[in-house]
Write a protein that binds this ligand. Structure first.
Ligand code: NAP
Length: 246
């Protein structure tokens, strides 16, 4: 990387991105790599991650593919260990991996509820917990958690997802307080509709041409990741003009 990455916003910053195989996470990984970050690409689908890795390489960047399920403690621990072995440090963590199940509470399945919480909430917690010792030791770090506007406002037949994303917001704000003395910034982004593969098999999806683009979230994440450590921003809601939900 060396000379050619001089002047880039995230030059040599080691960044773990979960959910990097698709949509917002993929775009964040590519944007960060373009800005000089060494990106650890994580999600379950290895073939998709390898595609992103090739794209990173094509743009002159460096990456490490680590396929894991974020809800599995041992896999998360192994991923952080691999990142530290390869790059020696972790400067930024982006918790993007997420999923949902939808339906009325009256017949919502317990296993669906558990999966929504395991991926969105427990996955975020595990990834944060596992990178914290290295960040605390380094006396600096940046964590960006992707929640949703659904964590702030109700959507019908969306109870598990809304509750999980609200939990991500509450968790992030508590962690931000705990990390103040360690010079580690914790931000949470709450997007409204973003046009990603999330909606590929959803016939009820609203007009995708009116949604935000993944690059809108990636630019916001880049802004947060590049802030000087004196700046404290906890939560940002970003919605498409014309589809804002209040
Ligand atoms: N699109 C929207 O309108 C919108 C709005 C607000 C918030 N969000 C949030 O933004 C994030 C990204 O969503 P997206 O729109 O980019 O959707 P997407 O294209 O479906 O991407 C979801 C990502 O999460 C990963 N993932 C899911 N379950 C996982 C697991 N158990 N372990 C590891 N990775 C897992 C997927 O990778 P694998 O399948 O390869 O594991 C994929 O990379 C999610 O947290 C979502 O809740 C999206």
């Amino acid at each position: 990387m060396g000379e050619k990455h001089k002047g880039l916003a995230l030059k040599d910053k080691v960044t773990i991105v979960t959910g990097a195989s698709s949509g917002i996470g993929r775009e964040i990984a590519l944007t960060f790599a373009q800005e000089g970050a060494k990106v650890v690409l994580s999600a379950r689908r290895e073939a998709k991650l390898q595609e992103v890795a090739r794209e990173v390489l094509g743009r002159g960047g460096e990456s490490l593919v680590v396929p894991i399920d974020v809800s599995q403690e041992t896999q998360v621990r192994a991923m952080v260990g691999e990142a530290l072995r390869e790059f020696g440090r972790v400067d930024i963590l982006v918790n993007d991996a997420g999923m949902g199940h939808w339906g009325p509470v009256v017949d919502f399945k317990t296993e669906d509820w558990d999966e929504v919480f395991d991926v969105n909430v427990k996955g975020t917690f595990l990834c944060c917990r596992e990178v914290l010792p290295a960040m605390i030791e380094q006396k600096r770090g940046r964590i960006i958690n992707i929640s949703s506007d659904a964590g702030k406002i109700p959507f019908i037949e969306c109870s598990a997802y809304c509750a999980a994303k609200a939990a991500v917001i509450a968790f992030s704000r508590c962690l931000a307080l705990e990390m103040l003395p360690h010079n580690i910034g914790v931000h949470v982004i709450c997007p409204g509709y973003v046009d990603t593969p999330w909606y590929d098999n959803d016939p009820t999806a609203p007009d995708r041409s009116r949604m935000l683009k993944a690059e809108d979230i990636a630019q916001l994440a880049l802004y947060l990741a590049s802030l000087p450590s004196r700046v404290l921003i906890d939560e940002i809601v970003i919605q498409p003009r014309g589809m804002a939900m209040g």
